[in-house]
Design a protein around this ligand. Structure first.
Ligand code: PLP
Length: 232
């Protein structure tokens, strides 16, 4: 089995190749290493190999890792990419650099109120239910602009862009469709005045090439780096 550093470098090479194919610079896409379910030691290994941004889904698991890894804290960013309940917003506002999964105003308001004064504004993305399944989290595309304006007005948050977790598709052309829809939605927000939006958080291990072809600026990669997860 390949090691974490080997997988990390292969993933970076995939990103570079996808950027080249799309006529984009390799610096236009940021790699978020998704470490959910993997231990602090695995994060440490990825960090030693050059990874600097880590994504987590489960608040308590993430807080434990952030605590284990205090010695490298100042050089890394922690991103929450999983669902956030309103009773967990305080530790998230205090410990994370980014939250990608904001999908309602109440969560955003709490994060803004609870972000400590000494820290920079918390970076947030709005999670959009781009494939339209009833069961998935995310704001409906038709409601994104209203929510974006409300979130952009909150003092302790920096609204950075949109995020989505599309339905898995095997085929490259099929994978592009939801990514293209999210990119179009973001372009519309920008042309309607939300000009600070600079982040399109799409692309996972199985579809990063399609996401980059459609304008992703941050890919969230777990299994291609750490291997298959035993739980979701
Ligand atoms: C788990 C997860 C990822 C990473 O998925 P992989 O297929 O392992 O790369 C990305 N985004 C979110 C929201 C996730 O939950």
């Amino acid at each position: 089995m390949a090691t974490i550093p080997e997988n990390l470098h292969r993933t970076e090479a995939r990103i570079e190749a996808a950027c080249a194919k799309a006529g984009r610079s390799a610096q236009s896409v940021t790699l978020l290493v998704v470490s959910k379910t993997f231990p602090s030691m695995a994060v440490r290994e990825a960090h030693a190999a050059g990874a600097r941004r880590f994504g987590e889904n489960y608040v308590q698991e993430a807080l434990d890792k952030i605590e284990d890894l205090t010695d490298i804290r100042s050089g890394v960013e922690w991103h929450l990419i999983g669902p956030l309940q309103s009773n967990k917003t305080k530790p998230v506002a205090e410990a994370f650099d980014w939250v990608h999964s904001v999908d309602r105003l109440k969560i955003a308001q709490r994060l803004s109120e609870q972000r400590p004064a000494g820290m920079p504004p918390l970076n947030v993305c709005l999670q959009v239910n781009i494939s339209g399944e009833a069961s998935k989290s995310g704001v409906a595309p038709a409601d994104v602009e209203t929510l974006a304006r409300e979130v952009a007005a909150l003092p302790r948050l920096a609204l950075r862009g949109l995020m989505a977790v599309p339905e898995p598709e095997g085929d490259f052309e099929a994978q592009r469709i939801p990514h293209r829809a999210l990119a179009a939605l973001q372009a519309r927000l920008i042309s309607n005045g939300l000009t600070q939006l600079d982040t399109l958080s799409i692309g996972m291990s199985a579809d990063l090439e399609a996401a980059i072809a459609e304008g992703s600026t941050m890919v969230r990669i777990g299994s291609a780096i750490f291997g298959t997860r035993s739980k979701a």
